[in-house]
Design a binder for this molecule. Structure first.
Ligand code: ATP
Length: 264
């Protein structure tokens, strides 16, 4: 893979022919030699053999079907604000695809959908200190995005998945990665400049405007029971706010699986 446009946007970009997980590999490489990985840096492959999702879930794709893009950032923001970066990545990928003519929408907290099917999943990880931080710079964060660019519909791993090829969208890796970075990096810079304030930086507005979850009836599965209602907002802590009706009122959910309900 030749990625000149994408490489021009970051301090370092490395393409691997194949790797288990780009997130795990980038975390390992940065821990081994932090000075060799200035931020922003990207590790990418189209042959990820042991891709990971949230909660130990698996991201699977045939060789050449999906791009695994891991981005190293060292944002100078308070640690408790770092969770906004994975929402930023989902918003940036959604905007990038929309800019290329693909009707993509973001599903809180970490998916990008086309027509209700997942085309991209995001998985962010904070690097352990002290290897994650270099000098006075902020904590290291690796944001992974798995993007089904080239898969034929028959080769998609699960019925809830789709791909850019299956949707008639663009499939060129350099075009896609550069479009994503072109949205995400300025968003991260604005977030840093605002000291990690999601409102002052405009980040929360971008997350809201790309959200397919706001305005939908949802079920959020949580360990302490399901929350059922209408998703009405993403709050200043990045949580989805669910309106359960006049008696139960609203509740903000920070984690959990969200199901967009079509019928009630
Ligand atoms: P869900 O997508 O079920 O709401 P999630 O958002 O937590 O869950 P992730 O952990 O980000 O999902 O990703 C893992 C899940 O994505 C798997 O459980 C599987 O259902 C789905 N999946 C695996 N590989 C792909 C792929 N190539 N394209 C789309 N979806 C995939």
């Amino acid at each position: 893979m030749d990625l000149p446009a994408s490489a021009a946007l970051v301090a370092r970009l490395v393409v691997l022919d194949a790797v288990g997980s780009t997130n795990s590999e980038l975390v390992r490489l940065v821990a081994a030699d932090p000075g060799a990985w200035p931020a922003p840096a990207v590790l990418v492959t189209d042959r990820q053999t042991a891709g990971r999702g949230r909660l130990g879930r698996v991201w699977s794709a045939r060789a050449g079907d999906s791009l695994a893009i891991s981005l190293l950032l060292r944002p100078d923001v308070p640690r408790e604000r770092l969770g906004w970066l994975s929402l930023a990545a989902g918003a940036a990928m959604t905007e990038a695809l929309a800019g290329l003519g693909v009707p993509a929408r973001a599903k809180w907290p970490n998916d990008v959908l086309i027509g209700g099917r997942k085309v991209c999943g995001v998985l962010a990880e904070v690097l352990p200190e002290p290897s994650g931080a270099v000098g006075s710079l902020g904590a290291g964060v690796v944001i992974g995005a798995g993007l089904n660019h080239a898969a034929a519909r028959k080769d998609l791993p699960v019925p809830t998945a789709t791909s850019l090829a299956a949707e008639g969208g663009p499939t060129d890796p350099d075009l896609l990665i550069a479009a994503y970075l072109t949205r995400l990096l300025p968003l991260v810079r604005a977030f840093e400049a605002a000291g990690g304030d999601p409102d002052a930086s405009g980040l929360r507005a971008r997350v809201r405007s790309t959200s397919d979850t706001i305005g939908r009836r949802v079920r959020v599965s949580r360990p302490d029971g399901d929350v059922l209602g209408e998703a009405v907002d993403i709050d200043p802590d990045g949580r989805v706010v669910v309106d359960r009706g006049p008696i139960l009122g609203t509740v903000a959910c920070s984690t959990g699986d969200v199901e967009h309900l079509r019928y009630e």
